[in-house]
Write a protein that binds this ligand. Structure first.
Ligand SMILES: [Zn+2]
Length: 241
């Protein structure tokens, strides 16, 4: 693919501004489970985006979440991203934003605040961004439960969707992404006194552990290169007698 050298040069000219924005954005911590932090981050991004696009940007509220949507009248391209991170509030105190040897670092820099800054800069560099829609969500790291409909609606309207998530080593543009599947496994145990009649009890957690391994093997066999993520187990209820 040929690269427009004038456009590339113009992008390089924005380097200092991009770095400043990235620093501000990373310092505005925004873990998925902190609504007030997400609100602050949305408030920070809102004027950046509306100024870049030179048109209004909507704050879409869904439950405790807030997402940013700028829909073009006739969208050709949707720029999609998320501003929530997996890092809890206070992480910047131990891991402040820094740039060493041209590598920016800090919570959420890679995934995906740098991508948001790149998207906004790309919009500014376009001669005409009237056909570009933008959607920035705040619950991607926890499964996009409140933004899923918005993503589907906006994606359907656009001719192409560019997800501004980071690339892997080499910096190539990603042209495909894995999907996800959610399975719900309910396990019921049988309570018994651990000292007097342990043989009558059935431990639900042990059964769930067996099921968890089965699901993993099933996924590995049926889908090459996919995997199941192991997440914390929480106890819904317990009973003893
Ligand atoms: Zn991401």
């Amino acid at each position: 693919m040929s690269i427009d050298s004038a456009l590339l040069e113009a992008a390089r000219g924005e380097f200092a501004t991009m770095l400043d924005r990235l620093r501000v954005l990373v310092n505005c911590e925004s873990p998925s489970n902190a609504p007030s932090q997400l609100e602050s981050c949305a408030t920070l991004l809102h004027p950046w985006l509306s100024t870049a696009l030179d048109r209004p940007v909507q704050l879409k509220r869904a439950g405790e979440n807030v997402h940013l949507v700028a829909e073009a009248e006739e969208p050709k391209v949707l720029l999609l991203g998320h501003f929530d991170t997996v890092w809890p509030v206070g992480t910047t105190e131990e891991w402040p934003f820094s740039v060493t040897d041209r590598i920016a670092s800090g919570p959420g820099t890679f995934d995906m605040k740098a991508g948001i800054v790149q998207a906004i800069t790309a919009i500014e560099l376009l001669a005409d961004s009237s056909h570009v829609s933008v959607l920035l969500t705040s619950d991607e790291e926890v499964g996009s439960t409140t933004s899923r409909q918005l993503i589907e609606d906006q994606a359907r309207k656009a001719g192409a969707v560019l997800v501004c998530e980071p690339s892997a080593d080499g910096g190539a543009v990603k042209i495909g992404r894995k999907g996800i599947a959610n399975y719900r496994v309910e396990v019921t145990g049988k309570a018994a006194h651990a000292g007097l009649e342990p043989e009558l009890g059935v431990n639900a957690a042990v059964e769930l552990a067996h099921q968890r391994r089965s699901v993993r093997v099933f996924i590995a066999r049926s889908t090459r290169g996919s995997f199941t993520a192991t997440t914390p187990l929480s106890e819904a209820s317990s009973a003893t007698r």
